[in-house]
Each structure stands twice: as structure tokens, then as C-alpha cells.
Design a binder for this molecule. Structure first.
Ligand code: GRF
Length: 204
């Protein structure tokens, strides 16, 4: 079977990358991880990749302060590998206009909130502060804005009275680890078709 190829971008721990790796080990999984990229040479996600014999690419943003330069060096490096979709899974750097244009409809992001609520950082803190009844995670298409692209799918849970930052973080991770592999499988099998204006489900 010709598997759908993912390039996964991470900046830190990479527990969501691990969820993708674990899913990809099942023989009937429709996707494989072709490459793991990080802007942080110390990202634990890179180690997870090499432990699983997945090629890695690192471009330290500290030495590439200019966004355009970073993005174009990254694009050049990516030309050497062959993938169908880029997954931002805890990738803490904003990709510029040109990069997004180049990979239009081929970059998705996992965000720890029920978008459009709480784009950007500190989502768990905001849920607690606003005493929200529900919290969750969203996978969306990446456009030029900050967490503004078309929503592909989400998963949510009820916030309990006793929840605090740590429990929200743990519960969000738990649902993310199911949501992201599921969305990737649906895209890989063309049950979800990505398009800037419409996210087509089951081709309809
Ligand atoms: C996840 O909560 C994801 O939603 C956010 O960054 C976190 C990454 O966690 N974008 P990990 O590195 O996959 O453990």
C-alpha cells in the first residue's frame, strides 16, 4: 500500500508526535511519518523520531532570526523530502506568508482550545479564568493568521469544578492524542479533503 506521507513539525516534548508514531505502527494505518522537523535542536520530539528511525531535520531559529530567511532555508531543505502534508504538533514558531502560500492547503495545526475561542498561548489559563464549561482541542488548516484557518475537527470535554491547570493540560493531551491521528487517517484516506474555502467531508 502506498502510504500518505506526513512531515511533523515539533518544538518540544512531542507527545502528539508519539501518538502519530504509535498509530503509524499498525499495519492498516494509512499514513507514515516521512520526516520530523524542529526549530529547537533540544526538542525531545527529535529523539522520539530517531528512536523510531524517522529522518529528522533541525534548523535552529536562534541562528535564523529573520523569519523570511528561516522559512526559505526550511523550504529549500524540505525540497529534499517527499511528503503530502505538514502537521504542526506543538510547533511554536509562526510560519510566514510565503511558506504558507507555497504549501497552501497542505499544513494543518493542532491547537489546545475550542477554536475560535482562545487562539494563541495560555489557553488552559483562559479557560480557568473564564470558568468555561467546556474545553478541548482543534485541528485546523493553517492560513496566514494566528490559529485562524478553517476548522477540520475538534474534540471536547467538560471542565469540572476541581479542574486546575495540570488537570486541564492532561485532559487536553489525552483527547489530542486521539484526535490528531484520527484526522490524519481521515485525510490520508481522502475522507476529508482539504481546501481553503471548504473542508470537504467524505468528498461531499
Ligand atoms: C499540544 O497541546 C498542542 O495542542 C499545542 O502544543 C502542545 C504540544 O504538546 N500546539 P506535545 O509537544 O505534542 O506534547
Amino acid at each position: 500500500m502506498n502510504k500518505f506521507k506526513l512531515a511533523v513539525f515539533v518544538s518540544g516534548n512531542g507527545s502528539n508526535l508519539q501518538a502519530l508514531i504509535d498509530t503509524s505502527k499498525s499495519p492498516d494505518c494509512p499514513f507514515k511519518i516521512e520526516l520530523v522537523f524542529s526549530n529547537n535542536p533540544d526538542a525531545y520530539g527529535l529523539l522520539r523520531a530517531s528512536q523510531n528511525n524517522i529522518p529528522t531535520l533541525t534548523l535552529d531559529h536562534k541562528y535564523n532570526n529573520d523569519r523570511q530567511e528561516f522559512d526559505s532555508t526550511l523550504s529549500k531543505n524540505l525540497e529534499q523530502s517527499n511528503f503530502d502534508l505538514i502537521i504542526l504538533a506543538g510547533f511554536m514558531r509562526i510560519l510566514g506568508k510565503e511558506f504558507i502560500k507555497r504549501y497552501e492547503n497542505r499544513v494543518i495545526n493542532l491547537h489546545p482550545s475550542l477554536l475560535p475561542k482562545y487562539p494563541g498561548l495560555n489557553t488552559h489559563e483562559k479557560v480557568l479564568k473564564n470558568k468555561d464549561k467546556f474545553h478541548g482541542a482543534t485541528v485546523h488548516l493553517v492560513d496566514e493568521g494566528l490559529d485562524t484557518g478553517k476548522i477540520i475537527g475538534f474534540s471536547k470535554f467538560k471542565v469540572e469544578k476541581y479542574d486546575n491547570y495540570d488537570s486541564l493540560l492532561a485532559k487536553t493531551h489525552e483527547i489530542e492524542h486521539k484526535l490528531l491521528p484520527k484526522i490524519c487517517s481521515l485525510i490520508a484516506t481522502k475522507k476529508i479533503i482539504l481546501n481553503k474555502n471548504n473542508i470537504l467531508i467524505n468528498g461531499k
